[in-house]
Design a binder for this molecule. Structure first.
Ligand code: RM4
Ligand code: MN
Ligand code: MN
Length: 370
């Protein structure tokens, strides 16, 4: 019942592959309608009380009204996500760009987002940089690192006390040779230089194959530097699919490793072909179940098995918890929170209503946000 998930405004609007964007009937037409959809997910699941925003995608003239709109739907504003990957000026990087003027522009956007967060009551800047190079020799790797640090230092110094800085990493895409923050170690080093309120954000889709993500959780958490999660699922790269759809065991292991000390938990998904709100609800349900199963692990027995060197004893204790069907308990938990026992069925009338109100649209070529 204490689980709290932030859902992403950008997971409700249109997104696409690099080949096409498919618009859905009932798609939200503006940030207020994206917040409405997040409010419906919270109403049905009971554990999604915050909505993370992305700027300038969610830009609004009246931030107080935006905040009021969210609060009226039982939501608070989660992390603020600046966007430094779509402006043509950022083709060769944003805060690592060789041109000082571009770095200034990027830093100013980050500073503006600190201000926006303050007005919205948000307590985190969630930063992901598309910065990197696609060819050896394209730019000086050490200089880029220095430029990034300089910009982030300026942003960190401007953070009000209640805001933290979360730093995401990703091994490749859109850069294909050297991404400036390619792995958790690079993010962690940057955070250590910035200060205590800078911590690493782990996105489940941002690792090379075979990476042991739960071990990264263990390392960062023991260092006090695990700032948060971007939940999604993938089979190949940064696929941004429904949480727990491809690799539910990994999700369970992540929750087991997190234990009771949960950092900021956000969903980061980009739905291209699936029904959007339904996909978001499913993700929250899968998170509830993974979290519940992780609570079932008999940690005392596990510690005893580990102390005795009982290799498979420890392993089987994890499997016992993972194989337990917790769906009835999760439904009861939702009912006791005043949410829905069967969220997917109860979602239908809302979807029918928004399709009637917002209308249907057509498919267009291209990527994000059209
Ligand atoms: C990136 C990354 C960021 C997200 C963007 C839209 O791959 O995961 O967190 O803001 O996508
Ligand atoms: Mn992410
Ligand atoms: Mn991503």
């Amino acid at each position: 019942m204490t689980l709290e998930i932030e859902t992403p405004s950008w997971g409700y609007g249109d997104s696409g592959t690099r080949f096409a964007t498919f618009q859905q009937a009932g798609r939200p037409r503006d940030v207020l309608e994206r917040i409405d959809d997040a409010g419906e997910v919270q109403r049905l699941t009971g554990t999604a009380p915050a909505v993370a925003l992305h700027f300038p995608w969610d830009a609004a003239d009246d931030l107080a009204a935006l905040r009021g709109h969210a609060e009226a739907r039982g939501l608070r504003i989660g992390a603020v996500n600046p966007n430094l990957f779509q402006d043509p000026d950022y083709k060769l990087g944003s805060i690592t760009h060789p041109d000082e003027a571009v770095r200034r522009k990027a830093t100013d956007h980050l500073l503006e987002c600190v201000q926006i967060a303050a007005e919205l009551g948000s307590t985190a800047q969630s930063l992901w940089f598309a910065d990197g190079t696609s060819y050896p020799g394209q730019d000086d790797l050490r200089d880029r690192r220095r430029r990034m640090l300089e910009c982030l230092e300026e942003v960190y110094a401007a953070l009000p006390a209640e805001q933290e800085l979360l730093l995401e990493y990703k091994p490749f895409e859109p850069a294909f040779y050297a991404t400036d923050l390619a792995d958790w170690g690079s993010s962690l080093l940057m955070c250590s230089k910035l200060g205590e309120r800078a911590r690493v954000l782990v996105d489940l889709g941002h690792h090379l194959h075979g990476t042991n993500i739960e071990q990264i959780v263990a390392v960062l958490a023991s260092e006090g530097r695990l700032g948060g999660f971007h939940f999604n699922n993938r089979k190949y790269a940064d696929d941004d699919l429904i949480v727990g759809s491809v690799n539910p065991f990994e999700l369970f292991l992540v929750f087991f490793e997190l234990g009771d000390d949960l950092p900021r938990l956000t969903i980061d998904q980009a739905h291209n072909v699936e029904a959007k709100i339904e996909a978001m609800v499913l993700s929250v349900l899968n998170l509830q179940e993974a979290h519940a199963k992780a609570q079932l692990v008999d940690r005392e027995a596990l510690a005893a098995a580990q102390a005795e060197g009982d290799v498979l004893g420890g392993h089987e204790l994890l499997l016992d918890a993972y194989k337990t069907d917790v769906r009835p308990q999760c439904a009861a938990m939702r009912a006791s929170l005043g949410a829905a026992e069967d969220p997917l069925t109860e979602l239908r009338p809302y979807v029918e209503r928004i399709v009637a109100e917002r209308g249907s649209t057509v498919s267009v070529a291209g990527g994000w946000g059209r």
